[in-house]
Write a protein that binds this ligand. Structure first.
Ligand SMILES: [Zn+2]
Length: 338
């Protein structure tokens, strides 16, 4: 077993290693969209609505000083970290630390401190489940600390150029080179690390066009990124290539590789299992069945939203970051092709 680094890297399709100098100074906080749903469930979600509609300048002024990183032990070697932003997974073992997503840049110090409580070994790899800033904001800091950042090629593409998130009318500037993934893949990639196969699987056109889920097959732990909002309507980022059908397919694919004992880490929300995922899939299908005829009916976006077609689902699913009216509008846009 190698002291550091993967024992074997299995590559399907094209794998690209970009030689990126990590010399740029820390200069920019990546604009992130979400407050952690996990924390939000406890403390209320007023803040997230304010953040998502804000400019990146307002976001840069956001105060993270009160955010605490909580660590949940999932198995003997896998942990979930929550703070603000997407749920982080950490594998800690003889080879070192393997990490999935890294929240916001101002939290890096706290995240690194929390990981140092788990392992005294360095972070070897970070896999980004997608490009959004609440999952990649720590890339620069953690990359500078020595980790290799890995993601689907569309994550690097979107982070490399300014993005416009149509759903929120928000511009997100390009990330500095030192925050970009240095290894990209086009479909799937497996790591053999800490005595486990870590399967990274691309999920096309789901929450975005660069989503991956990560399955620790020996530990039976699955991180789904933002293809799974546990307990909430999901955000589907149409302007980043996301789609309703794709997010349903992603969730069904995740279900197909899981079993009754799988621990499933969602992008946002509490850790869960198959039953929660099945409930989520049923909700998404009901949304599709309800919204498809409305989106094709000739009614305007405003008329459809005003009719509150998802009211039967909203009490259970509409209390998160995606408010029912906003979610209805996003799904209308996707299904009507507008
Ligand atoms: Zn996201």
């Amino acid at each position: 077993m190698q002291k550091q680094g993967i024992n074997k890297l299995t590559i399907k399709n094209k794998l690209q290693v970009a030689g990126i100098a990590r010399a740029l100074p820390f200069s920019m906080m990546r604009g992130g969209a979400f407050r952690g749903m996990f924390g939000a469930m406890i403390s209320g979600i007023v803040g997230s609505a304010l953040i998502i509609g804000s400019s990146s300048e307002a976001l840069a002024q956001r105060d993270f000083s009160n955010v605490e990183i909580s660590t949940t032990k999932v198995t003997d070697s896998i942990y979930m970290l929550t703070g603000a932003g997407g749920n982080i997974a950490v594998s800690a073992g003889a080879d070192g630390v393997f990490m999935i997503d890294d929240q916001f840049a101002p939290l890096s110090e706290k995240i690194l401190a929390a990981i140092s409580e788990i392992s005294d070994k360095p972070i070897s790899y970070v896999v980004n489940t997608h490009w959004h800033g609440d999952h990649t904001g720590g890339n620069e800091n953690i990359g500078n600390a020595g980790a290799v950042i890995v993601a689907h090629e569309n994550v690097r593409k979107r982070m490399s150029t300014p993005q416009f998130m149509k759903a929120f009318g928000r511009e997100v500037p390009a990330s500095p080179d030192s925050a970009l993934p240095v290894i990209t893949f086009t479909e799937d990639v497996s790591f053999y690390f800490n005595d486990s196969e870590i399967q990274v699987r691309h999920l096309p056109h789901a929450h975005t066009d660069g989503d991956s889920m990560v399955y620790f097959s020996d530990d039976n732990v699955l991180h789904m990124g933002d293809t799974f909002f546990n307990g909430f309507f999901p955000f589907i980022d149409q302007s980043s290539g996301g789609s309703l059908d794709g997010i349903i397919e992603a969730a069904e694919r995740a279900l197909s590789i899981s079993d009754a004992d799988t621990s499933i880490i969602p992008g946002h929300g509490p850790i869960s299992g198959q039953a929660d995922l099945q409930t989520y899939i049923a909700m998404l299908k009901e949304v599709k069945d309800t919204m498809t005829p409305l989106a094709k009916s000739g009614q305007s976006r405003e008329e459809v939203i005003a009719a509150k077609p998802l009211s039967a689902l909203s009490e259970q699913w509409g209390n998160g970051f995606m408010k029912p009216d906003v979610f209805t509008g996003i799904v209308y846009d996707i299904l009507s092709g507008s």
